[in-house]
Design a protein around this ligand. Sequence first.
Ligand code: NAG
Ligand code: NAG
Ligand code: NAG
Length: 367
Amino acid sequence: MGFGIQSSCYAVVTIFMVFSCYCIAHTRHHLYSNDRRSSRWRKLERNCDLSEGSWVFDESYPLYNSSACPFIRKEFDCIKYGRPDRLYLHYRWQPHDCNLPRFDGEEFLKRFKGKKIMFIGDSISLNHWQSLVCMLHAAAPEAAILLETEDSITTFTFQKYDVSVMLFNSQYLVDIEKEKIGRVMKLDSMKNGDIWKEMDVLIFNTWLWWYRKGIKQPWDYIQQGNITYRDMDRMVAFEKGLTTWARWVDSDVEPSRTKVFFQGISPSHYNGMEWNEPGERNCAKQTQPMKGSTYPGGWPRAMNVVSKVLSSITKPVYLLNVTTLSQLRKDAHPSSYNGFKGMDCTHWCIAGLPDTWNQLLYAALIH
Ligand SMILES: *[C@@H]1O[C@H](CO)[C@@H](O)[C@H](O)[C@H]1NC(C)=O
Ligand SMILES: *[C@@H]1O[C@H](CO)[C@@H](O)[C@H](O)[C@H]1NC(C)=O
Ligand SMILES: *[C@@H]1O[C@H](CO)[C@@H](O)[C@H](O)[C@H]1NC(C)=O
């Protein structure tokens, strides 16, 4: 599954109320750090591992009415595109040892007055970002929102609160450059870091594209140092690219200004073996999460790379450890209920699972 972020019509548009335009466990909220300045973050970690838990039915969810959020792209707007079941909207993540704080959008907007929050990554970041925009819009439905798009960046600004929630489209975080021989992915170059380091909150994600081959692969060569390769082991390339990002965090991020998050791997559901329904080839029939706290399909190998690279970073970086809690949500993908009619068991409906990712983000930010 892949779609670009720059679809249809964007322009600088001021949006007031009616917007038709649009023409983002056992999971540990883990602080990877040798830097002991951010004691408040450590406290959260010590008290409770938010990633260990299970999904419980809760009538008071979802957190907002998706039909009243005018920003949802056709890929994620499951109800609009005919999803008949509603059970998937009514689950709340319940950590074993504590409660996830309920999201307070108004408090969020007040607390982040004058701040810029940027999601950086592929269409999973787009999914995550769109959810946060809907959660904030639901808290302040009257607040004027300015939408701006410039190159790879799309920004929603809640003007009354002066809070910007931004998306930077980057499939690999590292650069792809057009050269004489073709498109070259540079595993040790990350030029956009100069833009990112000016933000107050950064939420990174990259994974979906690393195994893309054939016409879906957006590069022709892969380069590290002075050596140009036709291809290489993709897990090795992922680790090298992520390591470039990790070095950048250590060299360029100013921790007193910028909080850095990395989102763990977001799982897909195309193989029923993983959830004890061998024979299923997609998520089409799924209407409920898995019970319990463990996923039979196990831990994605890429998460070992993520853990290893994150633990090499000296500055504070926070892992949003969403993998297991998302694996349990085989019911939360759009499947065929989207505006392009393809079967999508990679992205997630909005409202839905990404709202929980944002609750984890919120919990980490307010503690
Ligand atoms: C993330 O969560 C999983 C499942 O809860 C856990 O096994 C793993 O250790 C956590 N990873 C990190 C790096 O905290
Ligand atoms: C959700 O919003 C839509 C559009 O504003 C409205 O028609 C509908 O009644 C709302 N649903 C609920 C459950 O509030
Ligand atoms: C890369 O090329 C430069 C200039 O040609 C050279 O100085 C450097 O040693 C080379 N680095 C490696 C790792 O080969």
